[in-house]
Design a binder for this molecule. Structure first.
Ligand code: SAM
Ligand code: DTB
Ligand code: SF4
Length: 331
């Protein structure tokens, strides 16, 4: 067959990333429907192709600005709309943040994630956060922040300060999203992720399960995450932490086997991403966490607090790592 100039032009439009073709929903649902043993074997096989199966990346979280958030995320104790009895705190001082980062490093964390209860940062807030990023980075830690929606220029400023990761979650499927948040759209989230990616910052993007969504929503959420191009470097899968006073306080919790399946499918769809077993570990048994690690989770938040809610004690995590023969990944 002769190669015409037209064919050459057409060829140019073939997506470059043929290793990661766009994932179809049915294919993802078929993974969810596999026998548990087959699914876990497949996930573990994929995991071993890309990672040390016994290494877990360790991040520590700090809430640098707590509560009074104008958004209405139904899961969140920090929304001003729900009475959750939370102690609100203004943006922390630089010294206190640096102190917390030093402690996190001494405890073995390689990444320090700073979270703020904002819809989006104001420029005067960003001035302070960029200083925090610079100082934390100079301790030899990877830096991550989650500050809400970002404009292009704001992402660029964070990159210039040395930011490694920006966390901004899709949270759930596009279809279920309006049941959970009405004050910003799914597209707003995708736009922020684009700005972060364009600025050259690594993307940390995942979601929450156990918010009353259906299995199809979980499949669609993973589809949206897996079809981000490039895929996020880090994918936090949170199990909803039910907080009294929020609208999701007494929603039916997710079946633990279904949660493990979600981790396994995330691993298979995003083979090179770190999949973080994120919020919700205090409600999980050691055995369930072990299954999640087997299914391909290879990152955790370490330290006794997430942003405002509890996380397992450091001792408990060290014991769990020992029992499972896991080790923290070194920087
Ligand atoms: N305000 C910023 C934003 O929403 O992008 C940053 C902080 S916000 C607390 C970061 C993420 O934490 C949310 O996107 C959500 O996925 C997760 N999160 C918040 N509350 C949670 C809860 N109760 N259980 C599980 N995950 C939660
Ligand atoms: C993410 O996906 N989970 C973390 C982090 N990114 C910022 C936050 C979990 C928050 C859980 C509820 C709280 O402690 O307030
Ligand atoms: Fe605000 Fe973020 Fe909580 Fe939503 S998740 S209410 S944006 S702090």
């Amino acid at each position: 067959m002769s190669t015409t100039p037209e064919a050459l032009t057409t060829k140019k439009h073939i997506p470059q990333n043929i290793v990661n073709p766009s994932r179809e929903l049915q294919e993802i649902q078929a993974l969810f429907a596999m026998s548990f043993n087959d699914l876990l074997f497949k996930a573990q096989t994929v995991h071993r192709e890309h990672f040390d199966p016994n290494a877990v990346q360790v991040s520590t979280l700090l809430s640098i600005k707590t509560g009074s958030c104008p958004e209405d995320c139904a899961y969140c104790p920090q929304s001003v709309r729900y009475d959750t009895g939370l102690d609100k705190e203004a943006l922390m001082e630089l010294d206190a943040v640096v102190e917390a980062a030093k402690e996190a490093k001494e405890s073995g964390a390689t990444r320090f994630c700073m979270g703020a209860a904002w819809r989006s940062p104001k420029d005067r807030d960003l001035n302070k956060v960029t200083r925090m990023v610079e100082e934390v980075k100079s301790l030899g830690l990877e830096t991550c922040v989650t500050l809400g929606m970002l404009e292009k220029g704001q992402a660029k400023r964070l990159k210039d300060a040395g930011l490694d990761y920006y966390n901004h979650n899709l949270d759930t499927s596009e279809e279920y999203y309006s049941e959970i948040i009405t004050t910003r759209t799914y597209q707003d989230r995708l736009d922020t992720i684009d700005h972060v990616r364009d600025a050259g910052i690594s993307v940390c993007c995942g979601g929450i399960v156990g918010m009353g969504e259906g299995e199809e929503d979980r499949a669609k959420m993973l589809q949206s995450l897996a079809n981000l191009d490039p895929q996020p470097e880090s994918v936090p899968i949170n199990q909803l932490v039910q907080v009294e006073g929020t609208p999701l306080d007494s929603v039916d919790s997710i079946d633990s086997i279904e949660f493990v399946r979600t981790i396994a499918v995330a691993r298979i769809l995003m083979p090179k991403s770190y999949v973080r077993l994120s919020a919700g570990r205090t409600e999980m048994s050691d055995e369930m966490q072990a299954l999640c690690f087997f299914a391909g989770a290879n990152s955790i938040f370490y330290g006794e607090k997430l942003l405002t809610t509890e996380n397992p004690e450091e001792n408990a995590d060290q014991k769990l790592f020992d029992r499972l023969g896991l080790h923290p990944e070194t920087a």
